[in-house]
Design a protein around this ligand. Structure first.
Ligand code: NAD
Length: 362
């Protein structure tokens, strides 16, 4: 059996890390027919379009994609190609496991968290009104008709929509994930004590969803400020976290920090029947084409992809191969060495080769 999967190399370091991940996935023996599609700078060069329709069509058709990072263009009308992909395909959940691996420098050991972030609304919905514009002034006077609170006339405004529908589906996904991967607890993280009608709705909905899973998965509630402190003090107390968009963005970077940084943090954006796998890190343009950066985050995104297509054995073998290479600390990139100038650091391609050699031994 062969799977057809969209491969978007991305730009900056994207082509190098996706090539490493592709070769590692192929080395597991799982047969994949890659449908190469472009987004970002390369798409602009080829199609004069940062996000061509053929790319979106390819993901819709194949249902699964492995995507490299894409640089956010400056002054192109696009806020971000990544955000545009998520919106166009309604990839409403961003799932980011944060797991410790021996050999990766970190203040913590044995972290095993999963962050489930709502991707489609909240302050990131992109409904913004610029300071000084006539429509912004109109909006301010309109709001003041309905609220006793005053807004300074020279304000910019961002709208924070949170719906019952989106809250329900993200919390449900977090519980489904917990059941599928044998997780014990889901913690909902909000600021519901202050934002009662948005975060409050998210929390109320989470309680309703949690009631359906009662007896199967434990449920707890936390406030995002307190959660930030607790994650730093006792991260082992947590399991799956589910959050609205903005807090999810911040907390998932915090959790990437707990496990040693962006070089080892994988992720996936999920819609109802679509999944786009990608590293948490960006396109690091200054390292483009240097064969220097760490491919681990992208390869671990490949491990998540293999689990998603139910190739569990291949996923386990690939993760074990990554673990061994990290633990040995020999064939690893500069960021995994004791100092960044360590002359024994290997390149992106060579680290992937070392992982592939381990795979062959298992
Ligand atoms: P970045 O993650 O690209 O890089 C920040 C720094 O982290 C790098 O300079 C490098 O020191 C380190 N780093 C990142 N990935 C690494 C790796 N694999 N190995 C070793 N070190 C690594 O973040 P940035 O500089 O803020 O963003 C660069 C561009 O990427 C921006 O245009 C941003 O919008 C975009 N971006 C894209 C995505 C995505 O495609 N999903 C995500 C985040 C940022």
């Amino acid at each position: 059996m062969s799977y057809r999967i969209t491969l978007i190399p991305g730009d900056g370091i994207g082509p190098e890390v996706t090539d490493a991940a592709k070769r590692c996935i192929e080395a597991t023996g799982v047969k994949i027919d890659w449908d190469i599609a472009y987004a970002g700078e390369e798409a602009k060069n080829k199609f004069q379009d940062l996000l061509p329709k053929v790319t979106l069509d390819s993901i819709k058709k194949n249902k699964i994609a492995l995507k490299g990072p894409i640089t956010t263009p400056i002054g192109s009308g696009f806020r971000s190609v990544n955000v545009a992909i998520r919106h166009a395909l309604d990839l409403y959940a961003c799932v980011r496991p944060a797991k410790s691996y021996t050999g990766v420098k970190s203040y913590y050991k044995d972290i095993d968290l999963v962050i489930v972030r709502e991707n489609s609304e909240d302050l990131y919905a992109g409904i913004e009104f610029e300071q000084g514009k006539p429509e912004t002034k109109n909006l301010i006077s309109e709001i003041e008709k309905y609220s006793e609170k005053k807004i300074r006339p020279d304000s910019g405004i961002s709208i924070k929509p949170i719906s019952k529908f989106a809250s329900q589906r993200i919390v449900d996904l977090a519980f489904q994930y917990a059941i599928k991967f044998n997780r014990k607890k889901v913690t909902v993280v909000t600021k519901a004590n202050i934002m009662k009608f948005t975060d409050g709705l998210f929390l109320k909905t989470a309680r309703e969803v949690a009631a359906r899973y009662s007896g199967k998965v434990a449920f707890e509630e936390a406030l995002v400020d307190n959660m930030s402190m607790q994650l730093v003090q006792k991260p082992h107390n947590f399991d799956v976290l589910v959050l609205p968009n903005l807090y999810g963005d911040i907390i998932s970077d915090l959790c990437a920090g707990l496990i040693g940084g962006l070089g080892v943090a994988p992720g996936v954006n999920i819609g109802d029947d679509l999944a786009v796998f990608e590293a948490v890190h960006g396109s690091a343009p200054k390292y483009k084409g240097l064969n220097k950066v760490n491919p681990t985050a992208m390869i671990l995104s490949g491990v998540l992809l293999l689990k998603y297509i139910k190739e569990d054995k291949a996923a386990e073998r690939l993760e074990n191969a990554v673990k061994e290479v990290l633990a040995e600390g020999k064939s690893v990139t500069y960021d995994l060495k004791p100092t960044p100038n360590d002359p024994t650091a290997v390149g992106t391609r060579e680290m992937a080769n070392a992982i592939i050699s381990k795979l062959k031994r298992f």
